[in-house]
Each structure stands twice: as structure tokens, then as C-alpha cells.
Design a protein. Structure first.
Length: 270
């Protein structure tokens, strides 16, 4: 475009915060969505500009840049530090190929980011340990000898399957957004058959089990329905053939909102 120059905005791929997406605003106008390990381009004329990164309804961070007549293009590199997006570097360049930022050129910034990620990981780890303790602690209080009146596992499974609830990913997210307590009453610990569109295919950061995220039309792509599949299950090869944008039907047990997203476990593709 005549009179306009390219602004290249990158996000370093990182295992922490990989599910969080950020709407990118150039001078207050949305120019794209920055996902984990992706790059987007925006265009502007010479002069001062402001780039903001919005998570949900809040601006997570902003940076001011200046496009001068000598610049061919401008690069803004970002990374996740803790639970926030930060600008790692901003510089002029003549070729898009130099957009990949060499972290060794800024060891102090990298050190601060690593410390932030370690602290964030520690918080998540403590939360997981607490959740596991509560879960298994509650189970240890149950009688060890099963009553003859308790149905067999196969009978229970058949009963659960007969109570399957079919719902779209958009409606499921809307229900939890409106009233989490009521949504848990309706859906938690039940088998849901969820229809939707694939937003992202990834892995659990701890177990490396497959995870398919379904779009919820939340406006920013920050709150997909996360569907976790058994690691090395019989559907791993099928999942490997899928791609973002595919329509899909997934059945799984609803775990409610353990941290930030509605999650389904022990999933299978229908």
C-alpha cells in the first residue's frame, strides 16, 4: 500500500499461557488476534502509533512506536511472562526475515521473563496439588467395603451414557458465563456431546495428552471449550488428521471450570 509501512508483531511460542489469545489494536482499531507462536502484520503511515494487546475486556499491555521515513518496516516482539503479555523488543528492520528475535541479545529481559514464568508455574502447581489433595482426601473417607446394593461399573457406565446431554460449544460457554453455579448443576460430572468448530489442537502441558479447543464466539477467542483425550488413545491418529476450522462432535465428561476454561475429560470423537 502506497504511503503505508508494515508493522510485524510476533509472539514467542511458549508452553505457559499457550491458550491465552490477545486482540491486537493499532491506534484503537483491532488488526488481528495474536496466538501462541504466531505473527501478524499491520500497516500504518509515518508517525507515532500505539499498539495495545487486549485480553478479554482489559488491555494487558501497550507500546508506543514511531515510524520514521527511513524505516522499511517495524518489528514488535512479545512474550508471555507469568500470566501477562510483555513487549520483548521493538526495532526497525529492512526485511521480515529478521523478525525472529534473538533472546541472547537481551539477557536481562529474558531472565526477568524466566523468573516470571517460574513463579507462575509454582502457583499453578500448588493449585493442582491442592485440587488433587481435596479430591483424593474426599475419596479416602468413603467406606472401603462396597455395599451389595451399589451397581456394577458397567451398569453405572450405561446409566451415565443414557443421560448424555447434547449441546453446542457456544451454548455451553454461555451457560457458564451467565451462572457458573447453575451450569455446574446442569452439566458438571455429566457426559456431554458437544458440537462445535475447532479453534486449536494442542497438548496438555503436563501429560502431553491431546487437547482440542472448540470456538465459543466469545469475541476474542480467549475462552474455548477444552476437550482432553486419553494419552496414546485409539483416537490419537484421528486427531492428528484434524485441522483448525473443522466442524466436530466430541463426547466427554464435564469438569466445569477448574481454572479458567470449561473442560471436558476422557473425550472421544463422535
Amino acid at each position: 500500500m502506497d504511503g503505508y509501512k508494515e508493522i510485524i508483531i510476533t509472539r514467542e511460542k511458549c508452553m505457559w499461557g499457550c491458550a491465552a489469545n490477545f486482540a491486537v489494536l493499532l491506534d484503537g482499531k483491532v488488526v488481528g488476534t495474536l496466538r501462541n507462536g504466531t505473527t501478524i502484520s499491520a500497516y500504518a503511515q509515518d508517525g507515532p502509533h500505539t499498539i495495545s494487546f487486549q485480553k478479554g475486556r482489559k488491555i494487558d499491555c501497550s507500546v508506543s512506536i514511531l515510524l520514521s521515513p527511513e524505516d522499511k518496516a517495524k518489528v514488535v516482539n512479545t512474550v508471555i511472562s507469568g500470566s501477562h503479555l510483555v513487549v520483548e523488543s521493538e526495532y526497525a528492520t529492512n526485511t521480515p526475515e529478521t523478525a525472529a528475535f534473538d533472546s541472547e541479545n537481551a539477557p536481562q529481559k529474558r531472565s526477568r521473563r524466566i523468573k516470571g514464568n517460574i513463579a507462575f508455574a509454582a502457583v499453578i502447581f500448588i493449585a493442582i496439588i491442592a485440587a488433587v489433595s481435596l479430591t483424593f482426601g474426599g475419596r479416602s473417607n468413603r467406606p472401603s467395603n462396597a455395599s451389595p446394593d451399589i451397581p456394577s461399573k458397567s451398569t453405572t457406565t450405561q446409566a451415565i451414557q443414557s443421560e448424555e446431554i447434547t449441546i453446542s460449544a457456544t451454548d455451553l460457554w454461555a451457560a457458564y458465563k451467565e451462572n457458573t453455579v447453575n451450569a455446574d448443576t446442569l452439566y458438571k460430572d455429566k457426559i456431554l456431546v458437544v458440537t462445535g468448530t475447532i479453534q486449536n489442537i494442542g497438548q496438555d502441558i503436563v501429560t502431553k495428552a491431546p487437547c482440542i479447543s472448540l470456538e465459543t464466539n466469545d469475541g476474542y477467542g480467549l475462552y474455548p471449550i477444552q476437550c482432553f483425550f486419553p494419552k496414546d488413545g485409539d483416537q490419537t491418529d484421528l486427531i492428528a488428521q484434524l485441522k483448525d476450522g473443522d466442524s466436530i462432535i466430541i463426547a466427554g465428561e464435564c469438569d466445569g471450570v477448574p481454572i479458567a476454561h470449561v473442560q471436558l475429560t476422557r473425550c472421544s470423537i463422535r
